[in-house]
Design a protein around this ligand. Structure first.
Ligand SMILES: *[C@@H]1O[C@H](CO)[C@@H](O)[C@H](O)[C@H]1NC(C)=O
Ligand SMILES: *[C@@H]1O[C@H](CO)[C@@H](O)[C@H](O)[C@H]1NC(C)=O
Ligand SMILES: *[C@@H]1O[C@H](CO)[C@@H](O)[C@H](O)[C@H]1NC(C)=O
Length: 662
């Protein structure tokens, strides 16, 4: 048995009894030297002095003796209270770390997913490289065979001529040699009258042979050369294909610019995005995958474009058609960049500012319409005087049949069908002219015709349905029953938004990203293309949709230039109308366009949320009266076979059918 006094004189250690179990406490400054001793001590029955206090300075348990000793000056608290505090502090730390675990597990899942996608992507690109090169090999082999065959044929023809000449010369030579030796033989004999006749014959034969026409000049030449210019090709092969990527990460990439916080209704706003790598270094090359979305709690309707400056910076230019509080989400490789989503306040231009700009506020009124007398055609009385020009509207926001999420392009068939490109639902929905749902196709699945983001739709005279798929970067062709048939423009198109069909059955594709109009055969063969980014005659600042008139001219809306441009099928500009504003004939980002049988051009004015009608020369005629049930960011527009205008009222997630010019 150890005397407690002995213990306490030796140490500041105290053993506390808790039932029959021992718990040891020790002052820090002696614990190290005594720890072996305490291992055995803890097994001893309890008899040392019980600690009841805690020294807050030394952070250890103390007994009365300790307090009397070295800890006398130190503040102390009851041990039980200190113990409880320690426990709760420990518990808290445990909790903090445990709370991190789900985060880490999420991060792990996410990073693994990215790794998996990277691996998948590698496999798929590898396949692409293999198949592209196999294809090239095949093409080279075909060319090789063609050349070898051409060589064979050319050689054969020439060889035949020369061979024939050789044979004919040999024949002549043989005959001559024979006649000569016969004659020599005859001359070797005694001349006699009996041989006179024979010799005369020989003489005649020799006479013939002397002037006998033989082909002594070569009738062919020996030229067979190979001209093969391979330098250009070698150079092309040397630079063939590029692996495109960046080291940009969302968490380091930033956005800046006035458009990040606020903008004015109907006026373009811009945001600059700077991509950075994991260490915060600026990326110097383009091609990163960025997306931008401006939205309200009830959905996204704002349209804009991301321009890749190819130097690691990008610009997002957008226009909001309505005032209010919006969110602006900027994502890099599907993840929010630093600070995203941003809060965006959209305001109207103040009255004073409108006055300063010299505009009368009255011009802002939407749906105001020329009086019928001004149009020269008497306006037919509508049955219900309370209604505007709306005949009916179909759809609400949703994913089901007859519901839409961000509908874009619209087409109408000669067989009385209305087709809607339902971009976020990744399908095309078909309705009757009366608005009755008929069918839909392209809905998520693993089929080869899976649509990613259908934005444009057109009906080919053959009945086929042509769909511009913005995210797949190609145009898909489906049968009228919705069966996938083919795709065109793959590898060429960057962001096809609208499609149309001309009078020759050619497919007109508006590539919004490339600022180019492509014209394809339905087989996929490119006929021509025109346009580049800019504000010049043959340029676009952001083309969206196209229509074709009776002269087979192509009418294109230029969203960011606020104009409508008309081109010949060869791509020469013949007419341009519209400027930025809210007056008659002005636009705030035009989108959908259609032409009627009289050549009138109907244009959806996205930012002004209205529909304007122009004559074929671009003179403003009228608005469609949409005042009772206003539009909200209209997109695609078409003329139905029964002469009405159908428009995708994108922000209201429905389509509307209107009468016009009545
Ligand atoms: C990137 O290019 C844009 C447009 O050409 C230019 O305005 C910008 O200053 C460039 N930024 C950098 C970092 O080079
Ligand atoms: C548009 O329709 C409304 C009825 O909804 C009517 O009150 C208004 O006068 C119409 N506007 C024009 C310019 O015809
Ligand atoms: C539209 O393009 C014209 C040239 O065709 C140019 O003068 C004008 O500034 C452009 N407008 C806008 C808003 O970019």
């Amino acid at each position: 048995m150890i005397e407690s006094t002995w213990i306490s004189s030796l140490t500041c250690v105290v053993t506390c009894c808790l039932g029959s179990r021992f718990v040891n406490y020790v002052c820090d400054h002696v614990y190290l030297g005594l720890s072996p001793f305490f291992t055995s001590l803890s097994t001893l029955p309890c008899h040392v002095q019980v600690t009841e206090l805690y020294c807050s300075v030394c952070e250890c348990a103390v007994c009365e003796d300790c307090v009397a000793g070295g800890h006398g000056e130190h503040p102390n608290v009851p041990l039980s209270q200190a113990l409880a505090q320690h426990r709760s502090a420990l518990q808290e730390r445990l909790g903090t770390v445990q709370n991190r675990l789900p985060q880490i597990s999420d991060a792990l899942t996410f990073v693994k997913e990215i790794l998996q996608q990277l691996t998948n992507q590698r496999a798929s690109i590898e396949e692409d490289i293999q198949s592209s090169f196999e294809d090239l090999h095949k093409q080279l082999d075909v060319r090789k065979s063609v050349l070898l065959m051409e060589l064979e044929v050319t050689y054969g023809l020439k060889q035949k001529v020369l061979q024939a000449q050789v044979e004919s010369l040999l024949r002549g030579q043989g005959e001559m040699t024979a006649s000569c030796s016969q004659t020599e033989e005859a001359l070797g004999e005694e001349a006699c009258a009996a041989n006179l006749q024979a010799e005369r014959d020989l003489g005649e034969r020799l006479g013939e042979l002397a002037s006998y026409g033989l082909p002594c000049q070569p009738e062919e030449n020996d030229q067979l050369d190979l001209l093969m210019e391979t330098d250009g090709l070698r150079k092309s092969i040397h630079n063939l294909g590029t692996i495109v990527t960046t080291s940009a990460v969302a968490s380091q990439s930033e956005a800046m610019g006035a458009g990040l916080e606020q903008c004015v209704v109907g006026h373009p706003a811009s945001v600059t995005i700077v991509t950075r790598d994991k260490a915060g270094g600026a990326c110097k090359s383009g091609n990163a995958i960025l997306s931008a979305e401006v939205f309200t709690p009830d959905g996204s309707i704002v349209d804009g474009e991301i321009v890749d400056h190819k130097n690691g910076t990008y610009e997002f230019v957008y226009i909001v058609p309505k005032e209010g509080d919006f969110s602006l989400a900027l994502r890099l490789y599907d993840q929010h960049i630093k600070g995203s989503p941003f809060k965006l306040t959209v305001t109207r231009v103040s009255e004073t500012e409108v006055e300063r700009r010299g505009k009368s506020p009255g011009q802002k009124k939407k749906g105001s319409k020329r009086t019928s007398s001004a149009l020269g055609t008497p306006r037919r009385k509508t049955q219900n005087p309370i209604e505007d020009d709306l005949i009916f509207r179909i759809g609400t926001k949703g994913r089901n049949k007859g519901e839409f999420t961000n509908l874009q392009g619209v087409a109408a068939s000669s067989t009385g069908r209305i087709l809607i490109a339902d971009s976020n639902n990744q399908c095309v929905q078909i309705f009757s002219n009366e608005g009755e749902f008929k069918s839909r196709f392209g809905v998520r699945g693993r089929s080869p015709g899976q649509l990613q983001r259908p934005t444009g739709v057109a009906v080919h005279p053959s009945g086929d349905i042509i769909i511009a798929d913005y995210d797949n970067k190609w145009v898909s062709i489906f049968s009228c029953e919705g069966k996938f048939k083919a795709k065109l423009g793959s590898g060429r198109l960057m962001g096809p938004k609208g499609v149309s069909v001309d009078q020759n059955g050619h497919v007109i594709v508006v590539d919004n990203k490339a600022c180019t109009v492509f014209i394809f055969q339905p087989t996929g063969k490119l006929i021509t293309k025109f346009g580049s980014r800019g504000n010049g005659d043959k340029q676009f600042a952001g083309p969206h949709f196209a229509a074709v008139n009776n002269n087979n001219e192509i009418i294109v809306t230029d969203f960011h230039n606020h104009s409508v441009k008309v081109f010949t099928p060869e791509g020469e500009l013949v007419l341009k109308f519209g400027s930025n504003g809210e007056g008659n004939g002005q636009f705030n980002a035009p989108t959908g366009v259609a032409v009627d049988v009289n050549g009138n051009i109907i244009v959806a004015d996205w930012g002004n949320s209205r529909i304007q009608v122009f004559d074929g020369s671009g003179s403003f005629l009228s608005y469609i009266n949409t005042s009772a049930d206003p539009l909200y960011g209209p997109q695609g527009l078409a003329l139905t076979s029964d002469g009405h205008v159908v428009v995708a009222d994108s922000g209201n997630h429905c389509f509307k059918v209107y009468r016009y010019l009545q």
